[in-house]
Write a protein that binds this ligand. Structure first.
Ligand SMILES: Nc1nc2c(ncn2[C@@H]2O[C@H](COP(=O)(O)OP(=O)(O)OP(=O)(O)O)[C@@H](O)[C@H]2O)c(=O)[nH]1
Ligand SMILES: [Mg+2]
Length: 405
């Protein structure tokens, strides 16, 4: 499973609560800073319409799940320690632990929208801290993190560009591929920072910093979860955040409400589908009056108002609306839509929009890409060439010199 999301934010903003709510894990949560020190890894799903609907077939998913024509595609969450201002100078836990985010494709910044924690994650009077400041300082710390990685080898890289005429983007790619940074990210960041690859040895400190900032914004973009939206004052702060950062993706969230609903659903006390704006109480007698009251509040103040708790919503939107990923289904038999074992629409892959048939083969296996001959679109039964760009819910058979998938 390739796709992963890094969960970042200051201490006690609710990173682990979010992860637990999404993944139904029980990692320790606490109202004191640095409850989490070592990264927690969880698995959850994003939801999207399944190709089984288009073909009107009964499927047997293997790497994913299908419920009533909705495909649940697994993704990984990486919940790390809290980040505080000045982390790059060693404050708090420092920023070394951000190395746990190397594989992340996107970051979700969990913000305590209620303004009840200071910049270090210590509790303060509700509403007395401005969460807008969290967005600024976290971005600075991420820039410093990337900058630190670049600096380690910068002289050597710049020197090779100058003396050997080595290609800057090649050297950077070598250095940064461990951060899941691709050539297209590097080239885009250089372009956006208005720099020139050929003169890398002359980039000023400020220019390198600029490059670092554009680089993570391209390779590990951030979306914001306005968490604790259930608390007083959070709604106003959420509205202000949207005004202050009009181009940002900001989703109101209550990790607490999502976990509570999922726990009750697991006990069969309510029927609740993550992502939905409603639930059904299955047996009212099994609840105390105060619990019913609490549930009613969740329904009125969160689900109806915001269209859900936001947890499933931010994951789906991060993957599909923000990163523009599409789903593609590889099959062995393009008529029966099966793998070698006869499973119908067994696997689904999340790939970036614009992925070609040949690149898609590479996502399945490097061998398959290298020996790619052509692919077959199961919908049209037509051959498609290596450069053909795939669409969401395409079902394809890859024909290669080494066999088919
Ligand atoms: N009201 C409310 N409280 C929340 C919500 N999410 C988290 N909390 C509370 O916030 C506190 C901190 O939660 P954690 O999930 O441990 O926060 P964290 O960001 O993982 O903290 P560190 O691991 O210390 O960095 C706990 O008391 C949670 O119950 C929410 O959506 N609403
Ligand atoms: Mg935590």
């Amino acid at each position: 499973m390739g796709f992963s999301i890094g969960i970042v934010g200051k201490p006690s903003c609710g990173k682990t609560s979010f992860t637990n709510a999404a993944c139904m894990t029980d990692f320790p949560v606490g109202s004191y800073p640095f409850t989490t020190i070592k990264a927690n890894l969880g698995v959850t799903h994003v939801r999207t319409v399944c190709a089984c609907r288009d073909f009107n077939v009964e499927d047997n998913p293997q790497n994913s799940i299908c419920i009533d024509g909705i495909r649940l595609v697994p993704i990984k969450l990486i919940d790390v320690a809290g980040l505080v201002p000045g982390a790059h100078t060693g404050r708090g836990m420092g920023n070394q632990f951000l190395d746990d985010l190397r594989q992340a494709d996107v970051l979700i910044h969990i913000v305590d929208a209620s303004g009840g924690l200071d910049a270090e994650g210590q509790e303060v009077d509700a509403g007395s801290y401005d969460p807008i400041d969290d967005i600024r300082f976290l971005e600075e710390e991420i820039t410093e993190w990337v900058l630190g990685i670049l600096h380690k080898d910068w002289r050597r890289i710049a020197g090779r560009v100058r003396t050997e005429g080595a290609k800057m983007d090649e050297l950077l790619l070598e250095k940064l591929s461990g951060l899941n940074i691709k050539r297209k990210h590097i080239l885009k960041a250089i372009r956006e920072a208005e720099l020139k690859v050929e003169t890398a040895d002359k980039w000023s400190e400020e220019e390198i910093r600029n490059f670092a900032s554009f680089l993570w914004r391209t390779a590990k973009p951030i979306i914001v979860a306005a968490n604790k939206i259930d608390r007083p004052g959070a709604e106003d702060n959420y509205e202000r955040m949207k005004m202050e950062f009009p181009n940002y993706f900001i989703v109101p969230i209550s990790a607490l409400a999502e976990k509570a609903l999922k726990d009750l659903a697991r006990k069969n006390m309510i029927k609740y589908i993550p992502g939905s704006a409603d639930f059904e109480i299955l047996n009212p007698d099994s609840f105390k009056a105060a619990e019913l009251d609490q549930l009613e509040k969740i329904k009125e103040h969160i689900l109806k108002k915001y269209g859900g708790t936001g947890v499933q919503n931010i994951l789906d939107r991060a993957v599909f609306d923000f990163l523009h990923m599409i789903t593609v289904y590889p099959v062995h038999d393009s008529n029966a839509l099966t793998d070698r074992d006869g499973n119908v629409l067994p696997d689904v892959y999340l790939v970036p929009e614009g992925t070609t048939a040949k690149e898609f083969a590479g996502y399945i296996h490097t061998d398959l890409m290298e020996s790619f001959i052509h692919a077959i679109d199961a919908r049209t039964k037509m051959r498609i060439s290596d450069k053909h760009e795939l669409k969401d819910r395409d079902v394809v058979k890859i024909v290669s010199a080494k066999g088919t998938k």
